[in-house]
Ligand binder design. Sequence first.
Ligand SMILES: [Zn+2]
Length: 302
Amino acid sequence: MYRKPQVMQQCDKGYTMENTDSVGGYKRFERVYPPAAIPEGSVLWFPQQNNKLLVHVHDDKISLLEGDALLIASLPHQSPLYIGRLNGQPCLATIIDPDASLPEDWKAIGLRELYRRTTDIEYNIASYAAQLINWHRISRYCPVCSAPMEPVPGGWGRRCTRGDYSGYPPVIPAIIVLIHDGDRILMGHKPGWGDRYGLIAGFVEPGEMLEECVEREVKEETGIAVTDLVYVTSQPWPFPSQLMIGYMARYKEGTFQPTDDELDDIRWFTRDNLPELPPPSSLAYELITLWLKQQSVKEDAK
Ligand SMILES: [Zn+2]
């Protein structure tokens, strides 16, 4: 079993994330569960076509589609899901027929492409909508007996009409960890990554605590041991349903041993010689940015 780390501390409040809108702002979104009745009047639409979100584009500026039922009435679509309210305004998700031709100023945009082109809260709702739509797509038939599934009232759960199975929208936890020794961070390289290095990450196994997962993944991928685990923040990663859980951990002991085929190199970096970083939409980037801020606060204090 996992032994609790000796130092378990909160992230210093002086180093808060820039991306606080996704946490603080998200409080303004209130989830709604079936069988809530879809309100009449203007709503925010999260329609998907071919796994992309349909948005309004004007002068290269993206905005969510807003309007009543007539907005999508002329397009073949599935019955909308009432998923919540943003500042009191109802939010509806639906699927538009893959072949339907769209109004001229609408555009289908993938979630990765949408990142930072809309507000964080709108992006989070779009990712929630995409996951619920995906859940309805994959839960039509029972995985045990293939009978049709039906909704469980009061939530997004679905159950087999023969009664031998029930399921809920999947959330798949995965950890990602920034390993440091105080002044440097340890990053890994995979074949085919070019000059880019990244943080260690991996899926949580059944029956495993998050801290156990951090220690195991680091050990499996690098051969080294870490200590002083600190939880930092998390990020829904809707490709298709991960929840990334971000940690920082201090290097304890060991040298690099490629114990599986994943990494071909690990290397220490100081803040002045960082390699090409993961994309800004990732939690890895957020953890590295936070660590850099901590370094400059340390530097200023000297
Ligand atoms: Zn069944």
